[in-house]
Design a binder for this molecule. Structure first.
Ligand code: 1HN
Length: 347
């Protein structure tokens, strides 16, 4: 509103506000510009978590509390600009989960959609509705909305992965439901069965992907070996996109769209020495450095990137990526949801 008001008008308005407040009534004209901003406004901050430090705290927690006791032994990567929210961006959550040899993270399901991106370790598994995905470094594994899931580590080493969930989104809609089964889901299919049926541009001749898994999200394991090879082929075949480098999105084979209704995931490769042009997008993004080193310059502030570091780039922050060596990144965001809602923009 026009802030040049006579003192007398101001005093009368303030008196009116004071009278209305107990009745839960407020003047829009005092807040309109803060509600409807010309460009995205968020208190979320750009932030980088060094992997070595986070890993050290996580392993220390591993000495103090079991996976069974904790239900999930996870360190939340909370955005310093969203304190108390357990959120990395306005809509998404990120955490680092540790599962030690012999442990089981008990079976449960919830309306939050989740992805796992393996940081280290090999041979532990996530079971989705009783089908195991045996996980290797930098594999992507999905546990879509309302699917039973448990984790176990039959290997001899600790296993750590990044959890990405749409917890703040589900909280926004007040649509959280959860159920606990405990223990491990009884086996329903051999490990790799879904990948064999849906992961190679095939599908069963009869039936639909929804018959296999609700909401037509059959595939839940995207191995590193496969996506890395695709990225490499792309990098050999053409010049990088100036703003993105070489980028590939993970897709749901049932509809060709993003991997889950609320979360999109992608990988990108920047050749050594490559520097992107500045780019902004409305989808705040959480990145993992899979290979190489370099820098992310976010709103003009540089963050050094080393292998396995984690980075959050909030909505509409200007991002420039610089590859010191060949740089490979994994990223996830709420682009999937924003596109459905007609909100997504990039510039
Ligand atoms: C969850 O189910 C997992 O299944 C990890 O591993 C982290 C954070 C909040 C709510 C549910 C998991 C989670 C979670």
């Amino acid at each position: 509103m026009d802030t040049h008001q006579p003192n007398e008008q101001r005093a009368r308005l303030e008196a009116l506000y004071t009278e209305m407040r107990p009745h839960s009534l407020y003047p829009l004209w005092e807040v309109l510009h803060a509600l409807v901003t010309p460009t995205p406004a968020t208190t979320a901050q750009p932030w980088k978590w060094g992997y070595a430090q986070a890993r050290d705290y996580l392993l220390r927690a591993g000495d103090m509390i079991s996976a069974a006791q904790a239900e999930r032994r996870v360190l939340i990567l909370e955005n310093p600009g969203l304190p108390g929210s357990s959120a990395a961006t306005n809509s998404l959550y990120a955490g680092l989960q540790l599962i030690l040899p012999g442990e089981v993270a008990p079976c449960h399901r919830h309306t939050q959609s989740a992805l796992r991106f393996v940081m280290e370790g090999e041979g532990a598994h996530t079971a989705v509705d009783g089908e195991r995905a045996v996980m290797r470094p930098f594999d992507l594994v999905l546990t879509p909305n309302w699917q039973w899931h448990d984790h176990g580590n039959d290997s001899a080493a600790p296993m750590i992965w990044l959890d990405g969930l749409d917890i703040p989104t589900v909280r926004f809609y007040a649509a959280s439901f959860a159920e606990r089964m405990g223990g491990e889901h009884p086996a329903t299919a051999a490990p790799g069965d879904t990948t064999a049926r849906y992961g190679r541009n095939l599908r069963p001749f009869t039936g639909s992907s929804a018959a296999r898994r609700p909401q037509a999200q059959p595939l839940f394991h995207y191995p590193y070996g496969e996506w890395r090879e695709s990225l490499d082929a792309m990098a050999r075949g053409e010049a990088p996109d100036p703003a993105l480098g070489h980028a590939l999105e993970f897709r749901n084979p049932a509809d060709g769209g993003p991997v889950m209704p609320t979360i999109s995931a992608h990988v990108r490769l920047l050749p050594a020495g490559f520097r992107t042009t500045p780019r902004r997008a409305t989808d705040g993004t959480i990145f993992v450095v899979v290979e190489g080193h370099g820098r992310a310059v976010i709103n003009g502030v540089a963050h050094d990137l080393a292998r396995r570091d984690l980075l959050v780039v909030p909505s509409w922050a200007e991002l420039v990526l610089e590859a010191g060596s060949e740089l490979v990144l994994f990223g996830y965001s709420d682009r999937a949801a924003q596109e459905k809602l007609g909100l997504y923009r990039a510039a």
